[in-house]
Design a protein around this ligand. Sequence first.
Ligand code: ADP
Length: 318
Amino acid sequence: MEPTKIACIGECMIELQETSPGVTSQTFGGDTLNTAIYCARLARDLPLEIDYVTALGTDTFSERMIKFWEQEGVGSALVLRQPGEAPGLYYIELEESGERIFHYWRSTAAAKKCFEYPYSSRVLEALSDYHGIYLSGISLAIFTSESRKRLISRLEEISDRGISIYFDCNFRPHLWGSKHEAVELYRQLYHLSEIVFLTSEEAELLLDGATGDDAHHVLAKLGCGESVLKDGDKPCSIHKDGTIIEIPAEKVARVVDTTAAGDSFSGVYLVARKFGCPAETAARMAHKTAAYVVCHKGAVAPLEKMVITGKDIAKCTG
Ligand code: ADP
């Protein structure tokens, strides 16, 4: 059987984390990369391939980053390698109180101009070889306006050919020139998307104060096929074909770190839906995975004990 192919688009950065005063550990991270990793974990037991789309340099860190993805089963065939460019970096400062403060150096990252390099048109062209494309509001925010324009115009072309677009709002106000700019751009994505993911907080900010069912109705009016509204440990709600269902989150005894909760939720939900699971089953599996993720430090929880695997999705689709 020909595998289902999903491309995740965005930026992955070098992560430096302060583990104790003056001591740091280094890894790589980014919201859509986290989602790609959780999708790739499901791909171990499904006819599924996950590729990451971004731009990097030809430097050592870009090289190591790609190796890190490949160990996780995320493909790099669509990664643009531009000599002289480099990835962005963030540092997680640990305060005495345990609070984490993020510092970013990403304004010159290669990913910003992702769709403006000499080979970018080939990458955009290749997107039509995929069955699904996932991107987030952070991906949109960090791209230059030219890169955004080229990407959205390509997404418009390919969504007309039946390729599923999945959009995770991940709204980070500080990455945008103005909220108006984000709201306008997001509207284009709602219209193109088969599934839109957002949190209750984002709905209020992005949809003119709309909350709960109203948020779903606004998104449907804007052309979104299916919307998934998450709310931390509270139930998520899903709107599809005029019906709204609510699915409770899993109970967690002790939350350790909520990094990548939403990213893992989206990955499991979209793969489950792509393989034909009903929305309710997909949401239960996504909640279970996100609950596992919040019990671990960092974005990427241990592989060995993943609570949902591709086998669960294969069972649900028969
Ligand atoms: P985001 O991470 O995008 O801000 P949420 O905070 O709503 O989104 O979390 C996404 C999902 O992670 C939730 O729908 C839920 O499944 C899970 N989750 C987050 N926080 C908790 C928690 N405290 N207890 C259980 N599950 C949680």
